[in-house]
Design a protein around this ligand. Sequence first.
Ligand SMILES: Nc1ncnc2c1ncn2[C@@H]1O[C@H](COP(=O)(O)OP(=O)(O)OP(=O)(O)O)[C@@H](O)[C@H]1O
Length: 258
Amino acid sequence: MSAPPPPEAVRLERVSKTYEGDQPVTALAEVDVRFLRGTMTAVMGPSGSGKSTLLHCAAGLDRPDSGRVVIGSTDLATLPEKRLTELRRDRIGFIFQAFNLVGALTVEQNILLPLRLSGRRPDTAWLAQVIGRVGLDHRLGHRPAELSGGQQQRVAIARALVTRPEVIFCDEPTGALDTQTAADVLALLRSVVDHFGQTVIMVTHDPVAASYANRVMVLADGRIVQDMPQPGVRRIAEELAMLDRRRRQQQPVPAREG
Ligand SMILES: Nc1ncnc2c1ncn2[C@@H]1O[C@H](COP(=O)(O)OP(=O)(O)OP(=O)(O)O)[C@@H](O)[C@H]1O
């Protein structure tokens, strides 16, 4: 019998990343973190604190200098480039601020693209469920340019869900949207966690967006300095303001314990 899957969808163990150059920058410094299955985590922190680097290393888009990234039971360091590409295609979903839809394809073709690229047939029942959930039933034949920003982001979410990925990485998924549309998209992401048991890891600057998450992590200078279970908007805003004050006074920010 094979071992049961680990409770976490993604695990980072002492992950470090330095960008070399005239003045090397340590973007991540021995980051240890686990993201449990069926949860939504917001990753926050000031500009340059390492959020995108963490997301890219965790998603296998970039390799850390040291430490391990494990998705499910797969240690990414053990995979050659081709297998890593396949893993990203088959087991991970991406939702970015720029929707990255293909303009020449219809909504339906965009949603099905990841399956086409991996030569897999769509599971029609699942596809119908995903399209229904994102509310795009009546838009399948349209091209992205004919849709609003919120609708385009819904297409990107459906495209990220169609392969039933183990984890969905989002980078400012609501950055380009107005308040109401952002709220709709966040509620949708929340519902895919609650209804489909997906794992969502979302980088955001917005305390309101972060308040949809089960957990909010704050990075500063490449380290996790705060890790809060279900904080409200007010607590998140206070933490960020305190961090900002400390940075302006050039006080060191203590790393979280544990
Ligand atoms: N390709 C690169 N070459 C050199 N330095 C880089 C590179 N990418 C990122 N950095 C540096 O690493 C640090 C962390 O960058 P990162 O993009 O992860 O931060 P971030 O928290 O996502 O910032 P933002 O909120 O502004 O997007 C920053 O100091 C940045 O300047």
